[in-house]
Ligand binder design. Structure first.
Ligand SMILES: [Zn+2]
Length: 317
């Protein structure tokens, strides 16, 4: 109880220390997961085309995105495929940055900690090589499915493991179900325009939701971190998506800069199955009772419409 009250006062102390910025000063870091490509198609030529589309959009708009890699996808028939490794190098050559998202995208909830850590370490091999060539080093880790542990002991033991490797957790605030739109987009090529337009509306509603959640918790809008994936949907619609965010007043900033916001020093004591936004984790870390924590959670989080879910063949987010 004492510890929880302390946590509560810490959060609100840091909230009070920073004045609310006007809406035109919104800031967001763009992070893109599951590199080289998140797709149901395991075909290197289409992966190259998707990479070209994503990088073109990011370059044209001058967006400093951060990519998170599953190196296991660079291995074909047990052998490292240089064409797939080249896709990662193209991100670095475009001036973007790369972090680790584990070798095989397994959940921390599905493996013993030691096996999970082995998979994380294995996911650094190519990255370390290609970063070293450019005098860069591995700095961030993103948990697959944003699943960070079912108990505090495992969660903190894993964070200690990362700290020993001089790697930081890359949190997400603008969490969303973009993967459902992506799946629908791949499954039904004839409906791509309709899915893309619905995706843009959904993502804007989701950004507005997380802005409200931020104000509810911190009494201001924090520097946000967006999560999307390296997929065909974004190869086609990332440009209009980023334009929508800019029209809302967002400056698109590097991940490192977003994490300088003192909100990111708030305690995250959340444990559980959900791979949820850090804005919800911080809210759930504040109070002792479920009811009190619930009062810090913004209601009416947008969901994809039923027709998109159906087209994607999924029953829940
Ligand atoms: Zn992922």
């Amino acid at each position: 109880m004492r510890a929880l009250l302390l946590v509560s006062s810490l959060i609100f102390a840091s909230a009070a220390a920073v004045a609310a910025p006007p809406p035109q000063c919104r800031q967001m870091a763009v992070t893109i997961d599951d590199l080289p490509i998140a797709s149901m198609k395991d075909d290197t030529a289409s992966w190259e085309a998707i990479t070209t589309g994503l990088l073109r959009t990011l370059r044209e708009r001058g967006v400093p995105a951060y990519g998170f890699v599953n190196e296991g996808k660079c291995v074909v028939n047990g052998v490292r495929d240089p064409r797939r490794v080249a896709l990662l190098s193209r991100w670095l050559d475009a001036g973007l940055e790369l972090g680790n998202h584990s070798y095989s995208h397994k959940s921390l909830h599905a493996l013993p900690l030691a096996d999970y850590q082995t998979d994380v370490a294995r996911g650094e091999a190519v990255l370390t090589e290609i970063l070293r060539k450019r005098r860069q080093r591995l700095e961030f880790y993103r948990h697959p499915f944003l699943q960070t542990g079912l108990d505090l002991e495992t969660k903190t033991a894993f964070e200690r493991f990362l700290a020993e490797r001089h790697v930081r957790v890359a949190p997400v605030t603008i969490d969303n179900a973009e993967w459902i739109y992506s799946r629908a987009f791949e499954k039904d090529p004839s409906a791509r325009e309709r899915i893309g337009v619905a995706y843009l509306d959904y993502m804007e509603a989701k950004a507005a939701y997380w802005e409200r959640q931020s104000v509810r918790l911190f009494r201001r809008e924090v520097k946000q971190v967006l999560l999307i994936h390296a997929n065909a949907l974004n190869a086609a619609f990332l440009g209009p998506l980023l334009d929508r965010f800019r029209a809302r007043g967002y400056d698109l900033i590097p991940l490192r800069e977003a994490l300088e916001d003192p909100a990111y020093t708030s305690p995250d004591l959340f444990v559980g199955r959900g791979g949820i936004s850090w804005l919800h984790r911080w809210a759930l870390s504040v109070r002792s009772s479920r009811e009190a924590a619930a009062s810090l959670l913004e209601p009416d989080e947008p969901s994809p419409p039923a027709w998109v879910m159906e087209m994607a063949g999924v029953t829940s987010e």
